[in-house]
Design a protein around this ligand. Structure first.
Ligand SMILES: Cc1cc2nc3c(=O)[nH]c(=O)nc-3n(C[C@H](O)[C@H](O)[C@H](O)COP(=O)(O)O)c2cc1C
Length: 157
């Protein structure tokens, strides 16, 4: 087994996008967490996956809910990524959100893409839990993504 820091250094060589996952904590109170463990998983059905740290304050809120949104951040949303990384479960205000017809949980504005999901399955993954979501609605635009690489935020033109 490698030392944890060796493992983290190797994993930091993998570049990813950055998302905010939003869930309804209380009726009409939405909270978000920054994640970069997102991946698309299956086309038929349309599934996505990501992992949540079991020690996160967000953990029990998230696993108790059937609906969530995945919001893929654009290159201008570094501050948004930092905000929802520091304050798990930070409340979202209406002006940051857009609730589309038929959605249980709103989308975050000004993202590259948004997905509305239903909780499909969960799996144990060491100190994280792997969440699999069935995608029920998508929306995407032409914005450039925010990229996370080597413990820093970057953009591509
Ligand atoms: C770029 C980035 C990616 C992250 N990805 C994940 C992730 O995939 N899963 C996760 O549980 N936490 C992830 N985090 C950490 C959470 O955002 C952070 O632990 C949480 O918001 C802090 O709240 P906590 O004190 O309750 O853990 C990430 C943080 C950053 C900055």
């Amino acid at each position: 087994m490698p030392e944890i820091d060796e493992f983290k250094n190797a994993a930091a060589c993998f570049s990813t996008g950055v998302c905010v996952c939003i869930v309804e904590k209380e009726p009409d109170e939405f909270v978000g967490i920054t994640i970069n463990s997102f991946a698309s998983l299956s086309l038929n059905p349309c599934l996505i996956m990501f992992s949540v740290k079991k020690q996160s304050r967000f953990y029990t809120v998230f696993l108790g809910k059937k609906h969530f949104t995945i919001n893929i951040l654009s290159k201008e949303q570094k501050e948004t990524a930092l905000h929802f990384a520091k304050h798990a479960g930070s409340q979202l205000v209406d002006s940051q959100l857009v609730l589309e017809k038929g959605n249980q949980v709103p989308f975050l504005k000004e993202c590259c893409a948004n997905m509305h999901c239903e909780l499909f399955e969960t799996h144990e993954g060491g100190d994280h839990t792997i969440i699999i979501g069935l995608v029920t609605q998508v929306r995407s635009g032409g914005l450039a993504p925010l990229v996370y690489f080597s413990r820093g935020f970057h953009s591509i033109s």
